[in-house]
Design a protein around this ligand. Structure first.
Ligand code: WTA
Length: 659
């Protein structure tokens, strides 16, 4: 199998870090989950999940825990009925906790708003009534293209309340990316804002929607939250201010109970082809595992904890660990609108201090950025409220892990390194903070009730110590239920590689060590991981070749000390373009072009103009060799190239442009 190149640095570092960090006796004695949970789950998996599901409110109880007869299409808690929004909001008010703060919202410019569960109930009810008045009903799709505002949470929960599906599109995506997602889901309504704050500046947002909805026949209404007060273009027939649609709507709404398998949301993610996949999640199983993992991995005590997940709501981490997990558990949490360096590099620590955050969950790329800024910045703040730290999105290198524990966790807090995916819906592999002696760099074990294997290309289990492919060998409650509108692609992408064995192929390389702990080794397919964001090489290549100067392009993820991987593109220019096309200005324009086509997160770190691309005799681009060039390594084995002199040509003829 291919060893993901970008991991070399991390792997050599891992060899030097062998310490383990058991939880303190104090932490262990108060923890929600003990090691017994593994035994309990092993004894009877379905009974275990039934017990977890029982912690939610069901209008009608299920008759069967799991129906896997139509695999790989799972049904969990068959026959059960519940309302997801009721579980995340009203249930806590009914239990007498209406005065508890659900959300401490902190705006980038420094404005803030505390929202109690009682208030959340009123806001979600008004939003549900407003969406219903615009014709949204069960089964419809609503696109949400919003910054990190409370209205994003209200909108998602209002959809859930009505049995409609949301499709949240990250606010950093381009109008083109938004358009294709709206069209794929045939969304009826788009919810957006006039603008968004980014690093202290008000940036336009609605303008992207205006551009996108020029060719989205399904959209009847665009609802606009006023955030920055920026000028916006207006279409009277289509556009409505949020405040106007909500004005006069009753702040009560009776939730209807829906089937456990009622679709809850679609979330688009990158795959190995250029076309994003609409990952479909449903209600009962998803909410069960979201709440279970949030309670046990983060050791949540709803009465006393202040939880903060720094992800954006546009990614799955924001769905499961800002909206559904924490709110299902009645947590108090922080939602922060802006970037970590606005207006200064201590902003996160200022927020931790202000709200007494106890649990903090972020991505390795953010931790490495904090390392770059320097330990003296967090040292200026009182971080003693923190009792648990989490990491997600990519493998965390032991240096970053140790730095995080020392400088943020006061050498005291457990760290949970959580592996999961948009497709898995919730955390799958992670330490249990009160029970596991943690190991920097390893996500360790599948959680109780979950199961994973490391196998060879042919599906045989790889002995401890050997590298292989990560598979999930048993269905789990929050698993994706398919790719929206494309059952064949669902089977093909995830289930065809090990069809006889019935394994879900995750797309990650992994190994078990001698203690039976799992180490994630990065993607083995053509998906890059840039700052914890999944971007497909093909998607960026298509964006490049859509530019008139470009004949052919190949894109690789090269290891990057801060972002994990950085996008490096190799481009062959069209014949007949003049010299200026390989000049600095033209390369800058090419990088901007990708940013416009997909979004700033997909902008290549570097573009190299080359005369040829290395291809096998069957015409497949050998990215491995390009990665060698991008990472300034000696180029590896070239014997399978159709023309082995190509690599010399490439290294001689490089013209490169980057920031
Ligand atoms: C990677 C994000 C190592 C992995 C929740 C996976 C990780 C992809 C970890 C999913 C981790 C996520 N250690 N790798 N703790 N967490 N990944 O869909 O390659 O945006 O397949 O979901 O991120 O990315 P996605």
């Amino acid at each position: 199998m291919s060893q993901p190149d970008g991991q070399n640095n991390e792997l050599s570092n891992l060899l030097n870090e062998s310490r383990t960090f058991p939880p303190s006796a104090e932490f262990a004695s108060q923890a929600n989950a003990t090691a017994e949970l593994y035994d309990q789950a092993d004894a009877d998996r379905e009974a275990f999940w039934a017990e977890q599901a029982d912690q939610l409110h069901w209008e009608t109880k299920w008759d069967q825990v799991l129906d896997w007869s139509d695999a790989p299409f799972a049904k969990w808690f068959v026959g059960g009925k519940l309302n997801v929004a009721y579980n995340c909001v009203d249930r806590h008010v009914d239990a007498g906790n209406g005065d508890r703060v659900a959300i401490h919202w902190e705006g980038e410019p420094g404005d803030s708003r505390d929202i109690t569960y009682a208030e959340l109930q009123r806001e979600v009810s008004r939003t549900a009534n407003a969406l219903a008045s615009l014709g949204v009903s069960a089964g419809d799709r609503v696109a949400i293209y919003l910054p990190m505002l409370p209205e994003a949470v209200f909108s998602m929960l209002a959809c859930a309340r009505l049995g409609a599906m949301h499709s949240v599109v990250f606010g950093g995506f381009s109008s083109e990316a938004l358009r294709s997602r709206i069209n794929d889901a045939e969304a009826k309504v788009v919810i957006t804002a006039d603008g968004q704050y980014r690093r202290g500046k008000a940036m336009p947002l609605k303008a992207n929607v205006d551009e996108a909805v020029k060719e989205t026949p399904s959209v009847d209404h665009v609802v606009v939250v006023k955030r920055t007060g920026s000028e916006v273009a207006w279409d009277d027939a289509r556009d409505k201010w949020w405040d106007d649609v909500l004005d006069g709507q009753p702040d009560t709404h009776t939730p209807e109970a829906f089937d456990s398998e009622q679709p809850l949301f679609i979330l688009y993610t990158s795959g190995t082809t250029g076309r994003p996949k609409g990952i479909l999640h449903t209600s009962g199983g998803y909410l069960t595992q979201a709440a279970y993992t949030h309670r046990n991995v983060f050791d949540l005590k709803p009465e006393s904890d202040v939880f903060w997940c720094t992800a954006d709501i546009g990614w799955v981490t924001g769905h499961t660990y800002i909206v559904y997990g924490p709110l299902a558990n009645g947590a108090t949490q922080v939602i922060y609108e802006g970037t970590p360096n606005s207006p200064h590099e201590g902003r996160h620590w200022e927020v931790v201090q202000k709200y007494g955050v106890t649990i903090y969950y972020t991505a390795p790329t953010t931790i490495r950025t904090f390392m770059k800024w320097g330990a003296e910045i967090p040292a200026k703040y009182d971080l003693s409220s923190l009792r648990l730290l989490g990491s997600v999105g990519e493998p965390i290198n032991p240096e970053a892990w140790i730095w995080y524990r020392k400088n943020i966790g006061g050498d005291r807090t457990p760290i949970v390194d959580t592996w999961w995916q948009t497709e898995t819906g919730a955390i799958m592999i992670s330490p249990l903070p009160g029970a596991t002696a943690t190991k920097p760099g390893s996500a360790q074990r599948p959680l109780p009730g979950l199961s994973a294997k490391v196998v060879s290309e042919t599906g045989e289990e790889v002995p401890n110590g050997g590298g292989g492919l990560l598979v999930l060998d048993k269905p789990w409650p929050s698993m994706l239920r398919g790719i929206w509108g494309d059952d064949d692609r669902y089977r093909e992408t995830y289930w065809s590689k090990f069809a006889d064995l019935g394994y879900y192929f995750a797309g990650d390389g992994a190994k078990y060590d001698d203690d039976g702990d799992i180490w994630l080794l990065g993607r083995v397919d053509d998906v890059m991981n840039v700052s914890g964001h999944r971007i497909s090489t093909t998607e960026v290549e298509s964006a490049l070749v859509s530019h008139p100067n470009v004949a052919e392009a190949a894109v690789v993820g090269a290891s990057d000390p801060t972002t994990g991987q950085g996008i490096v593109a190799f481009v062959i220019l069209r014949g007949g373009v003049d010299d200026a096309a390989s000049g600095e200005a033209a390369l800058k324009e090419l990088r901007e072009h990708v940013s416009r086509e997909i979004g700033p997160i997909a902008k290549p770190r570097q573009i190299m103009i080359v005369p040829e691309l290395p291809k096998t005799r069957s015409g497949k681009i050998m990215r491995r060799l390009l990665r060698d060039v991008a990472e300034n390594r000696e180029v590896g084995d070239v014997t399978t190239l159709a023309d082995s002199s190509v690599m010399n040509l490439i290294s001689k003829g490089l013209k490169t442009g980057s920031d």
